[in-house]
Design a protein. Structure first.
Length: 353
């Protein structure tokens, strides 16, 4: 594993181990104080599906949003708030700032990173791309602002297939970074000429096909719903492959009652809210004898806490800043994606992004 990823991951896990959960009384007091302060400072919470359920529920009740990275970007850009509180990981805060340069963007913990972001360091990535100068550079949203600025296109898992299809139709060969599993899925789904950067999500990479097969055999009535950051053998077992928001929509509209979910288990909270009459089971991440057979939760996402949101809003700390020249270039790539999504219809089928 990349040393910077390993170091950051261990720090996140240590932080989470040492932190005690708030009591119900403390949590209610935090919510009351935070809500009053948000009204005073005209702040809204922009929150990802993978963070703690208490933050998700508070974000919705206070007028914010819980969404995938694409909808987080859209919401932040269109919001009338003067302060955006991004509950997620650092690249999400940077994206919010890039699209809303005149707003103050803060995060509860600036150490909340992403293995895909950390594993795609700009100088190494530039050298990689320089060896293939004729290829179009397409990067996943899970990258730093400086990598986005270097790219030709930015995509999320909800729009990657139609954008890659568009590039293929225009006879463009592609470099895709940083997630090799998503890149492989795009190559197989679209038939595009894709050269992958060697990166992966530390959560999705742990899903195990042999354990998933065994679980499917015990639950033949359940549909398997998988995120495309997962390894190819896991994706092959899926009834549906899609982004977090697409996974939610799929289970809500399906006539089945049981689902095996292959993504960060934080998503199941929203699935239960959207489909309270259905049952959800985590896809296995380890085999027999493991201390945890379903450990799919991002330790960096876990670092988000309502107490810290209150503290940073109160004290004005943890502001996300992106240099103007980087922001300008990154914004062009992101807005190209947003404009494409407004113009193109994304077809729906059972095994699509």
């Amino acid at each position: 594993m990349n040393i910077s990823i390993e170091t950051s991951l261990e720090k996140a896990r240590k932080f989470n181990r040492l932190r005690s959960a708030p009591s119900d009384f403390e949590l209610e007091n935090v919510k009351k104080e935070l809500l009053a302060l948000m009204h005073k400072k005209n702040a809204q919470i922009v929150c990802h599906y993978y963070v703690d359920a208490a933050i998700q529920d508070f974000a919705i009740s206070s007028g914010g949003v819980v969404a995938d990275s694409l909808e987080m970007a859209r919401f932040g850009k269109e919001s009338n708030a003067e302060v955006l509180i991004v509950a997620g990981v650092r690249f999400m805060g940077e994206t919010a700032k890039i699209l809303s340069p005149d707003k103050k963007v803060i995060m509860p913990n600036l150490a909340a990173n992403c293995s895909l972001d950390l594993g795609c360091e700009i100088e190494s990535f530039k050298r990689f791309c320089s060896n293939h100068p004729n290829r179009t550079v397409v990067v996943y949203a899970n990258t730093s602002a400086v990598v986005k600025a270097f790219s030709d296109w930015v995509v999320t898992s909800s729009c990657a297939v139609p954008i890659v299809n568009h590039l293929k139709e225009n006879h463009q060969e592609i470099i895709f970074a940083p997630d090799m599993h998503l890149g492989d899925y795009l190559k197989k789904t679209t038939g595009a000429d894709i050269l992958n950067w060697d990166g992966h999500c530390v959560v999705h990479d742990e899903f195990k096909a042999f354990e998933l097969k065994e679980l499917k055999s015990r639950m033949p009535e359940a549909e398997v719903v998988i995120h495309p950051e997962s390894p190819a053998p896991v994706i092959e077992l899926a009834d549906f492959v899609g982004s977090t928001s697409q996974m939610i929509n799929f289970v809500a509209s399906s006539n089945k009652k049981k689902f095996i979910i292959g993504t960060d288990n934080g998503l199941i909270h929203m699935m239960k809210k959207k489909a309270p009459d259905k049952q959800f089971f985590e896809a296995p991440t380890a085999g027999n004898g493991a201390t945890c057979k379903s450990c799919a939760h991002c330790p960096w996402m876990e670092m988000n806490d309502l107490r810290d949101i209150l503290a940073v809003l109160r004290d004005g700390q943890n502001e996300i800043l992106v240099p103007k020249e980087i922001s300008y270039s990154a914004r062009k790539s992101i807005e190209k994606m947003l404009a494409f999504n407004q113009l193109k219809h994304v077809p729906k089928n059972r095994k699509t992004l």
